[in-house]
Design a binder for this molecule. Sequence first.
Ligand SMILES: [Mg+2]
Length: 239
Amino acid sequence: MKAVYFDLDNTLYSYDHADAAAAEAVQAFCREQFGLEPEYTHQEIIKIMNLLIDEMGWKQAATHDRLIRFSRFLQKIGQPVFPYAGIMYNLYWDTLIQNMVPEKGIYAFLRLLRQRGYYVACATNMLSAVQYRKVQHLGMGSLLEDMITSAEACTEKPDPEFFLFCVRKAGFAPEECVYIGDNYRLDVLGSAKAGLHAILYQTPDLAKRHEGAPAGVPVICDYTETEKNLDLIDGLKIS
Ligand SMILES: [Mg+2]
């Protein structure tokens, strides 16, 4: 193996908890400003998210754009887009970033992979600016050689083209690369279809909320199990 690619959300840090805190902050804001029930705000924003995927197609990174979602939501409830969409956008991301917790052992694991000579990068579905901000805030920038987003790749996981874009960009063949991510469908099936070696990252906490992998799929459940994880990666054969 020559390169190890990591997903970002729920793989380098705890997305689920941070997203829940951020969504709650936006709901509380909408209750104070507009008198809306939090559950109403929650449900309407989910509807808008799905509508945007229908409109744009699932391969567009802009489907994740909170500014678009909040603008649509404000129009739906008859409130001005300016200044509220920007206020909600900043509130959402500032809260999420403040609530991020790095995955246990991740810094040491990234450092070790670099020391062993692996090319280490992050490859993520999302717009670039906010992912860049997360990595900076987590202090992981110096441990990653690159961050590729679906905005740059012009397609999203699980499209194999996303993974092929990432490996070609760095000059690797897919079989020389490992992809590690928490989402079985997006990360494991997608990268395996592109010819990369796929590893599911699933802690006991993530296992409570997310689909597991069938027997035979390699799993990392704790980054601090360093030797076991390195053996797993080193043992993957270039076919
Ligand atoms: Mg993820």
